[in-house]
Design a protein around this ligand. Structure first.
Ligand SMILES: Nc1ncnc2c1ncn2[C@@H]1O[C@H](COP(=O)(O)OP(=O)(O)OP(=O)(O)O)[C@@H](O)[C@H]1O
Length: 518
């Protein structure tokens, strides 16, 4: 702007050489601006991506510290939304806006100093008008925060609904109900649209307030410069410079209130992560050598449980003792609470009444890691990660290929070591869809046995395996002397029944005191 003023002044005075010099300087300045722009854009992207990685790592760290039941109170799609949609909004509203704010403040300060260089009255007037432009849009802060929170919830619901709809594609395909998938995605999109529009309305209102303040302030400042020029306090060229400087200050600061509003709008996202942290578990308890020496025994004392969302007491004062190496068959009608009991023993669900002792220690007093290092629960639906069989068996822990192949052979997934080496590299697909149901169950069993658990809780773990192979695998488990096994099965084979130490009918567990059955 100073150079622009100089150019106009040299023209008025017909100084050709000085005019050319000033134009040259202007050109150099713009080239430097272009270079700074280029370097800062690349730097910004590096910084934003690093911040994203840090936030994602923080979120996942909080989630991995949560107990099983706390994590499972939301579906995984909600967490996906946190890691993707929220991050996108944080990037756009937060980080990108932050760089704009830095640029705006730097530009505005420079412009104010330049105005002061022309005349102190210009700088003072600009400073007062600036304050007004920044403060006015804050009136809409609360509405922006509310609509931003609404948008983040809607994002979660959208991802959850679409995830669910796409997940059941095979079901809808079989029943020729695929239009339902379209309808679900459409209705989730409509809800998301309204949340987005609501927030944009507030954002635009903030923008308009800033814009109007900006225009009015520019007019006032140019008028003031004109007055000062008429009074010969400043040169005529100054009016030209003040015009562009005023534009610079008020455009930047008019936007500033808008961008600051956007940045403040990201606060609800972070608040959500902070709230989540409140659920973090207590620090893990160290296991002493003396505790390790205690023989494994499970003891349930008056255990009762109902899910928070239901008033039905599924487990009603159950007392049982399990000795090391025992093999228990748990039978009973569907939906009565057998899996729930195993989840309580594994420490997945918090006990509401009674105690469960593992190695003579209350599991509620032990860290989740301690319980999980001794007790392994195998779900009815084995979960597999996308990747190779090897990755699924190791889950980031160290096992040699030989150990892995040994388990594959035991679970009859392969017939030779050579086949095993090949099978380890097989990609299992999404949710293990490249494997059969029986193969998935055997892979889950191999993965569990690799860890040599002291107690294995097997929930219908062989239900999808052909009878001949299932009998072989069950015999193998039942003949492991050190393993304490509690197995739920609706289809137990006659050949393995005598190998169980005890058969417990779940219906007889409730309100019975059973301490010494063998
Ligand atoms: N997270 C949950 N929240 C609320 N209720 C649940 C939850 N999980 C299971 N239930 C309910 O608890 C009851 C017992 O379920 P559970 O899975 O323990 O039964 P089960 O005896 O293992 O059945 P099955 O033999 O069919 O596997 C069921 O009625 C079920 O609807």
């Amino acid at each position: 702007s100073v150079i622009n003023a100089n150019i106009l002044n040299t023209l008025i005075k017909r100084q050709v050489i000085q005019f050319v010099q000033q134009v040259g300087i202007l050109l150099c300045i713009w080239c430097t601006v272009a270079l700074i722009q280029y370097v800062s854009e690349v730097f910004e992207q590096h910084l934003i991506q690093n911040l994203d990685i840090a936030i994602r790592t923080d979120i996942v760290t909080v989630l991995t510290a949560e107990p099983y039941n706390i994590y499972n109170r939301r579906d995984s799609a909600t967490y996906e939304s946190w890691l993707n949609n929220d991050l996108q909004l944080i990037n756009q509203q937060g980080f990108e806006s932050l760089f704009v704010v830095i640029e705006d403040i730097a530009g505005a300060l420079l412009a104010l100093v330049t105005l002061a260089y022309f005349h102190w009255l210009l700088a003072s007037a600009a400073a007062v008008l600036t304050g007004l432009i920044i403060l006015l849009p804050r009136l809409l802060d609360h509405r922006l925060s509310v609509t931003s929170t609404g948008l983040t919830h809607q994002n979660e619901q959208f991802v959850s609904a679409t995830h669910d709809a796409l997940h059941v594609f095979n079901l809808l395909y079989t029943f020729q109900s695929l239009p339902l998938l379209i309808a679900k995605v459409r209705s989730a999109s409509m809800a998301l649209k309204y949340a987005n529009v609501k927030r944009t309305v507030v954002q635009t209102q903030i923008g308009i307030i800033g814009f109007l303040g900006n225009i009015l302030s520019q007019v006032v400042l140019i008028g003031l410069a004109g007055l000062l020029a008429v009074q010969h306090f400043v040169s005529i060229g100054t009016i030209n410079a003040v015009g562009s400087l005023a534009g610079n200050v008020f455009n930047s600061l008019g936007n500033l209130s808008n961008t600051l509003g956007l940045i403040r709008g990201t606060q609800p996202f972070f608040q959500k992560y902070v709230d989540e942290q409140a659920f973090m578990t207590a620090p893990s308890v160290k296991t002493t050598n003396a505790q390790k020496d205690v023989p494994i025994v499970l003891q349930l004392n008056n255990v009762s449980y109902h899910y928070p969302a239901s008033s039905i007491l599924l487990i009603d004062h159950v007392s049982q003792t399990f000795y090391p190496g025992q093999k228990i068959l748990l039978t009973g009608a569907s939906g009565t609470g057998k899996s729930t009991l195993l989840k309580l023993i594994a420490g997945y669900l918090p006990l509401t009444e009674g105690t469960i002792m593992l190695s003579r220690h209350q599991i509620s007093a032990r860290s989740a890691n301690y319980v999980l290092s001794k007790v392994l629960y195998l779900d009815q639906q084995p979960l597999l990660i996308q990747g190779t069989v090897r990755e699924n068996l190791r889950l980031n822990q160290t096992f040699t290929d030989q150990q892995l192949i040994h388990q594959l052979l035991q679970m009859k997934l392969v017939t030779s070591e050579k086949d095993g080496a090949h099978f380890l590299n097989l990609q299992v697909g999404t949710d293990g869809n490249c494997l059969s149901g029986g193969q998935r169950q055997r892979l889950a069993l191999a993965r569990a046995l690799l860890r040599q658990p002291e107690v294995l809780l097997l929930d219908e773990g062989t239900s999808a395996i052909d009878p001949a192979t299932a009998i072989c695998i069950e015999k193998l488990l039942l003949n492991m002397p050190a393993l304490t096994l509690i197995m739920i099965s609706h289809t137990v084979h006659d050949q393995v029944l005598p190998l169980f130490s005890r058969v417990i009918d779940f219906a007889n567990l409730t309100r019975t005191q059973n301490t010494q059955n063998n």
